[in-house]
Design a protein around this ligand. Structure first.
Ligand code: GMT
Length: 380
């Protein structure tokens, strides 16, 4: 199949999922066209099966806001015609589903039928999309998609609760490429540079937005390091980072916390981590937790949103109520305090991650693509 993938190219779960999905589809012989404003961060190599088309929005003094969705829909129209693309898969409803729908209508006017699959990722529904400013357009574009998927049952439930959605929503969980991790598990390990042998390494990776509850991470770690020798790796960047650095200073633990900023060394860092913290306010899925588990790193998380669908309580880690800093610290210490317990949790977090191997998940998307293409051929 020839498939256009529209996504956010920056650091963030939905862009990562879209990119990894496109790359695996290409390995399986499909022709993939990424259409976005910058080359996605995880898209290193382009080849005959993997194309990237940049959306440019020309500056014009009259524009207070650059009309990105207009430029994106025009680009989609041009690329669909040029490469004879058969399907558009848009990740994140805002504004991608809206721009995709416009492209579909423009193409229809020229006698070209193209189905659109929309994948809902989380904040496009729970935080941003639900805002009255966006809600009518988000509802409209979900209902006008040919196929709608969500990355967890929890997100599907939220969508049906918050929006007047008339389409069926197919739950397809996020995934992980375990073969890649197996190949990379030999990567040279910089653990000794980061921590002493006897120190446990606790890690958090995110875009440091409020929803991630960054201060909770620092406070949980503060309690951990009071009981056992430990270091905290904070990976990523965003609005809450400087407050977190300040909090570390106030608590006197700045020497035990390393702030990496945005890093391309995620796999390296996870390979030497002992525990992953994700105490988010809400998380439609929690891809970062799954990535950690795939590296045999157990997870301490909140129990909100889709997290219980990924992090199995008492198996791959532990779940607690949002904001339960004491509970999360206690659970972390249960896992970290002796080597045998840690080894057991490491093993079981990997086996939970195996259920989300890309090999099990990708055929679910392919099946929906075929369905969408076949249905669209029958449409008048
Ligand atoms: O919250 C983020 O880190 C970014 C955001 C995004 O859209 O890129 O993540 C959302 O989509 C991810 C991929 O499906 C999910 O794993 C995250 O849980 C979800 N974030 C939230 O729901 C807060």
């Amino acid at each position: 199949m020839k498939i256009a993938i529209v996504c956010y190219p920056t650091f963030g779960g939905s862009g990562v999922v879209a990119t990894e999905l496109g790359l695996e589809l290409a390995r399986r012989g499909h022709e993939i066209h990424f259409i976005t404003y910058r080359q996605p961060v995880r898209l290193a190599l382009l080849n005959s099966k993997v194309h990237y088309h940049e959306v440019n929005v020309p500056e014009y003094p009259l524009f207070h806001y650059q009309p990105y969705e207009l430029a994106l829909s025009s680009k989609l129209v041009d690329m669909v015609k040029l490469y004879k693309i058969e399907l558009m898969h848009v990740h994140y409803a805002i504004p991608h589903a809206y721009a995709g729908y416009m492209a579909k209508q423009m193409l229809k006017a020229e006698g070209i039928k193209i189905p659109m699959v929309t994948t809902l990722h989380g904040t496009d529904i729970t935080l941003v999309g639900n805002h009255p400013v966006y809600k009518p357009a988000v509802t409209f574009s979900i209902n006008k998609s040919d196929i709608v998927t969500s990355v967890s049952q929890s997100l599907k439930d939220d969508t049906l609760r918050l929006f007047n959605v008339k389409r069926e929503i197919h739950v397809i969980p996020n995934f992980i490429e375990l073969d890649k991790i197996r190949n990379e598990s030999q990567i040279s390990c910089h653990r000794s540079v980061m921590a002493k042998k006897e120190e446990r390494i606790v890690t958090h990776i995110s875009n440091f937005r409020r929803v991630k509850r960054i201060p909770d991470i620092i406070k949980i770690f503060y309690k951990i390091q009071q009981k056992i020798p430990a270091k905290l790796m904070m990976v990523g960047d965003g609005p809450e980072k400087s407050r977190a650095e300040q909090l570390c200073k106030e608590l006197g633990i700045q020497d035990k916390v390393i702030f990496f900023g945005n890093s391309n060394e995620i796999d390296q860092i996870l390979s030497y981590s002992d525990l992953f913290l994700l105490p988010s306010e809400t998380e439609s899925f929690g891809l970062a937790a799954l990535e950690a588990m795939a590296w045999s790193v157990p997870v301490i998380s909140s129990n909100s949103g889709g997290l219980p669908e990924v992090n199995f309580d008492g198996v791959s880690g532990y779940l607690s109520n949002v904001g339960d800093i004491d509970g999360m610290a206690e659970n972390a210490l249960k896992i970290l305090s002796d080597d045998t317990t840690l080894a057991k949790f490491r093993e079981s977090s990997l086996s939970v991650a195996q259920q989300f191997d890309i090999k099990n998940i990708l055929p679910l998307y392919e099946e929906l693509y075929h369905k969408a293409i076949n249905n669209s051929k029958c449409e008048k």
